[in-house]
Ligand binder design. Sequence first.
Ligand SMILES: [Fe+2]
Ligand SMILES: [Fe+2]
Length: 218
Amino acid sequence: MSALEPVVAKLTSDPAHDEDQPTISEAIGADHGAIDLYAENIKNASTSQEKIEWRNQFTWALARHAVSEELTMYPVMEKKLGQKGKELADVDREQHMAVKKNLYKLQDMSPDNKEFFPLLDTLLTDLHEHIEHEVKEDMPRLEEILTREESKSLANYFEKTKLILPTRSHPSAPNKPYFENFAAMLAAPMDKFMDLLRAFPDEGKLGDVSANEVPAVR
Ligand SMILES: [Fe+2]
Ligand SMILES: [Fe+2]
C-alpha cells in the first residue's frame, strides 16, 4: 500500500472536496423538485393502489426533508446569520408546522376520500409559499456566507440526516425502525432526533441504513 493511499482516501471521502457532492441549495432544490414530482404522480396515478403508493412516497419524502432541514440547515442559518438567521428560521418552522399538520392528516387518508385532493392542494399551496421563502430568502443569504466547501459539507450532513428517518412502507426497511410510524416521527421532540444524530457516525449503522435506502414505491 502506498503511503499516500490513506491521504487520498481521506480526501476523496471528504464531502467538502467531492466533485459530485451538491451544495446545500442544490441538495435542497433537488428535494423540492422530487417532492413536487411525487405530488404530480399521486394526481396522475390511474389506480387507487398507485395513488396510495405515491401518497406514501410523498408524505415520507416531505417529512424527512422538513425534519432534516430543521436539524441541519436552520441551526446553521441561526448560527451564521445572527438575528436575521433566527428570524428567517422562525418563519420557516412556522411554515413547516402548517404543512406538517396537513401532512399528518393526508398520510392516512384514502385518495378515494373526496377531501383528499382539496387537502393535498391546500398543503401544496402552503408548501410552495414556504419553498419560495427558502429559495429567495434563506438560500442566497446562506450561500453568500458559506464557502463552497462548507456548503457541500452542510449538504452532506443534511442528506445523511435524512437517512435516520427511514420509510415505513418498504419491506426491506430496517427491522427496528427509529420511529414506529409517521405520527411518532412528527411528534418526536427535537431531543430525540439529536440523540439519533449523536449516534450517527457509527459507520456500520450508516451502512445498514444506506443499504435499505431504496424507493418506497415499487
Ligand atoms: Fe423547509
Ligand atoms: Fe425545503
